[in-house]
Design a protein around this ligand. Structure first.
Ligand code: BGC
Length: 318
């Protein structure tokens, strides 16, 4: 049994055929061209998928196509209502797919798909209550309770990145101020790193970013590991905001684990030990409530694709 899982991101779309044991065939990929109408991008994606299905010889085995999309979607109508990153508005994506391909198609929010993938096949396998945060351009959220993806009305829930951690704080693309996304995304980390570099010409971060050829989410972490004070301050503030956000979700859902994905999740024990130490003491009910463990994603950048395919491979109540 095979399903196609597609993960739509701000700069590229990636997809693959996924078996029901979670194994994937080759990945296909399409760049997202800024300003290109969503309809055109989807038509190109379908061209690519048609060739892929032919090349892999899997046409008769496919039970459906699952697609993870960032932003506001309507899972019942199969429409991308509004995706701020992609600038897609009212795009009837399921209808476009169905006009050209003979398979059933389902959509879900990108982070919901990723959480489902991790819960079924990755770090959350066999664990009842799983929360996931994707730390990238934005902060995506996913909730899996007792093996079922909780998506909320029309699949528009679990927007964990758009919960306020600072009243009147930084402006968010969603229109509110102080959302976690503005403090805990990779974008926010780069913003804070750049600001700290401007304020601290003596910081190691200058040398590290010059060596790397860019300022990315790793710069402050690398500097902090070497004892650089400005880097340490950026990292500590980042971890503090992220941990406070996670604590809110812990107190609402009391999950067994919280999974983090994105480049930042590659920071290993340095990051996870600090978050887990903070959570251990600050969680509601300490010390009598159960510990919530924060762990890195196991499927890495594949969780979105695999999770989108799982919308068919692991149907509700099956
Ligand atoms: C969007 C979410 C999305 C997340 C990760 C946020 O800005 O609002 O819908 O899941 O980014 O892509």
């Amino acid at each position: 049994m095979i399903a196609i899982g597609i993960d739509i991101g701000g700069t590229s779309i990636k997809g693959a055929a996924v078996y029901d044991d979670g194994k994937m065939l080759d990945v296909f990929s399409l760049p997202v061209i800024k300003g290109e109408p969503g309809e055109d991008t989807i038509e190109k994606l379908i061209d690519l998928l048609e060739n892929y299905v032919k090349d892999q010889g899997i046409a008769d085995e496919i039970i459906g196509i699952g697609i993870g999309i960032p932003g506001l979607i309507d899972v019942e109508k199969g429409v991308v209502v509004s995706s701020n990153n992609l600038k897609w508005e009212n795009l009837p994506i399921v209808e476009i797919f169905k006009k050209r391909l003979p398979y059933p198609v389902r959509i879900a929010n990108d982070a919901n798909s990723a959480a489902y993938g991790e819960a079924i096949y990755g770090a959350g396998k066999g664990i009842p209550y799983v929360i996931m945060l994707t730390l990238g351009t934005g902060v995506g959220g996913g909730i899996v309770l007792d093996g079922e993806l909780y998506e909320g009305n029309l699949g528009q829930g679990a927007e964990l990145g758009h919960t306020v951690v600072q009243f009147g704080g930084r402006e968010c693309s969603c229109g509110r101020k102080g959302c976690l996304e503005r403090y805990a995304s990779a974008t926010a980390l780069v913003f804070d790193t750049t600001k700290a570099m401007d304020e601290h010409p003596e910081s190691l971060m200058h040398r590290i970013s010059a060596e790397q050829g860019q300022i990315d989410g790793r710069v402050a972490f690398k500097a902090a590991r070497q004892g650089d004070l400005a880097g340490l301050e950026v990292v500590e503030q980042y971890i503090y905001c992220l941990s406070e956000g996670i604590l809110n979700y812990c107190n609402i859902f009391r999950p067994n684990i919280v999974i983090l994905s994105g480049g930042i999740a590659n920071e290993g024990d340095y990051l996870f030990d600090r978050i887990n130490t903070y959570l251990a003491k600050e969680r509601y009910g300490f010390p009598r409530s159960p510990v919530v463990k924060v762990v890195p994603a196991k499927l890495g950048y594949d969780s979105g694709k695999i999770g989108a395919a799982a919308l068919f491979l692991h149907e509700k109540n099956s």
